[in-house]
Design a protein around this ligand. Structure first.
Ligand code: ATP
Ligand code: MG
Length: 326
C-alpha cells in the first residue's frame, strides 16, 4: 500500500530540515508518494495567501503531512493545517539524549496535549478600554477523545499509566470536566492514573522529571509545560511533535523558522527527522520508526553534530550520517 505524504517545508530552516527528513524516509523500503506544497510567508508574498487552498486540501487528503515551519504567518498556517487533519491531540515527547548537554539528562517524558479547545478555542472580547475577557471552553466529548487516546497510548507502549495535569481546584467547572471525564475513561480501560496541579507540576518536573512519564494536559497548560520540559532536555533542534487525528496526522518540529541561521545549511535536522519517525509509527511502521529513532540517537551521541550542539557539521553531513547509520 502506497502512503501519500504531503510535504510542506514552509519558511526559513523549514526549507532545509524538511527535505532532510524526506531523504531519510526515502532511504527506507516503504512505498511513499511525496507531494510537496507551499505555505507561509514566501507564498503569501507572491499570492497574498499564507495557506493556499490546494495546500489545505492536500493535507486534508494525504495519509500524513510533514511540515517544517512558517514565519510571521505561523498562526494562519499551522492552526488551519491542524484542523485539516482533524487533530485532537498534540504529542510532544521531551527526551534527553546521551552525549547532549541537558539541564536534566534523566528527562524522558511525553506530553499529550488537548489540541482543539481550552483558552485557544475561547472567545475573546474587549468590553471596554479597561476590561478584556476570555471564555474558556472545555467539553466532555473532546476530553473523552483525549482520554481514549491516552489509554491506547499507554496500553500500546511501555507505560504504567498517565498523569493528568490540571487546575481543577480553581477552574472547577472547566478543568473539573477535563479531569473527571479523562479519569472515568481511564477507569473504563483499567488504566492507572494520578493527577497533579499544573503549577506544582512545573516545579516537580524541574526538580525530579523521572517521577513523570505520560502527562495529559489541557491545551494552554500543555503548550507551556512542554516548552518548559524542552528547556530541561537542551535544545529546540531536538524536539519533535505530532498532531494526530482519527484518520491522518501532521508531524512537525517544535522549533520555528530560526531566521538567524536560515539559508546557511547548518540547521539541526534531528527534530524533523524524529518527527518523521513519529509519522512512521502513526502509519503502523513501528520497526522503521524505531530504526530511524535509533539512528538519530546514535548520530547525536557519536557525531557529526550541528553548531547548536557544539559541532561544525552541516545539515547535509548530519542527515548523511543518520542515513548511513540506518
Ligand atoms: P519563529 O518565529 O519562526 O519561531 P524564532 O526566532 O523564534 O522564529 P526558533 O526557530 O523558534 O526561532 O528558534 C529559536 C532559536 O533556536 C534560534 O536561535 C534558532 O537558531 C535556534 N534553533 C531552532 N531550531 C534550530 C535547529 N533545528 N537547529 C539549530 N538551531 C535551531
Ligand atoms: Mg520561536
Amino acid at each position: 500500500m502506497t502512503h501519500e505524504i504531503a510535504v510542506i517545508p514552509g519558511d526559513g530552516i523549514g526549507q532545509e530540515v524538511t527535505p532532510a527528513a524526506v531523504e531519510v524516509l526515502e532511504a527506507l523500503e516503504i512505498d511513499f508518494e511525496f507531494r510537496e506544497a507551499d505555505a507561509g510567508d514566501r507564498v503569501k508574498e507572491v499570492t497574498g495567501e499564507a495557506l493556499p487552498e490546494e495546500t489545505y486540501e492536500l493535507a486534508a487528503s494525504a495519509d500524513a503531512t510533514l511540515f517544517g515551519a512558517a514565519g510571521e504567518t505561523a498562526a494562519d498556517v499551522i492552526l488551519p493545517l491542524r484542523d485539516a487533519v482533524d487533530s485532537f491531540v498534540n504529542i510532544r515527547p521531551a527526551k534527553a539524549y546521551p552525549g547532549i548537554d541537558a539541564v536534566r539528562p534523566e528527562t524522558d517524558l511525553v506530553f499529550l496535549r488537548e489540541n482543539t479547545e481550552g483558552v485557544y478555542a475561547g472567545h475573546e472580547d474587549r468590553l471596554s478600554e479597561d476590561v478584556a475577557t476570555l471564555t474558556r471552553v472545555v467539553t466532555q466529548s473532546a476530553s473523552r477523545d483525549l482520554g481514549e487516546f491516552a489509554c491506547e497510548y499507554v496500553e500500546d507502549g511501555d507505560h504504567d499509566g498517565f498523569t493528568i495535569a490540571h487546575k481543577a481546584n480553581v477552574m472547577r467547572e472547566t478543568d473539573g470536566v477535563f479531569r473527571d471525564t479523562i479519569q472515568s475513561v481511564a477507569d473504563e480501560h483499567g488504566v492507572e492514573t494520578d493527577e497533579v496541579l499544573m503549577d506544582a507540576f512545573a516545579t516537580k518536573v524541574c526538580l525530579d522529571p523521572e517521577q513523570f512519564d505520560v502527562v495529559v494536559c489541557p491545551n494552554l497548560a500543555g503548550d507551556v509545560l512542554s516548552d518548559l520540559a524542552a528547556g530541561l532536555v537542551g535544545g529546540l533542534g531536538l524536539l519533535p511533535s505530532a498532531n494526530v487525528g482519527p484518520e491522518r496526522g501532521l508531524f512537525e518540529p517544535v522549533h520555528g523558522t530560526a531566521p538567524d541561521i536560515a539559508g546557511e545549511g547548518i540547521a539541526n535536522p534531528a527534530a524533523t527527522i524524529i518527527s518523521a519517525a513519529m509519522l512512521l509509527e502513526y502509519l503502523g511502521h513501528d520497526e522503521e520508526a524505531e530504526r530511524v529513532q535509533n539512528a538519530v540517537e546514535t548520530t547525536l551521541e557519536n557525531g557529526p553534530r550541528t553548531a547548536d550542539l557544539g559541532g561544525d557539521a552541516s545539515t547535509e553531513d548530519v542527515t548523511a550520517a543518520i542515513i548511513d547509520t540506518l
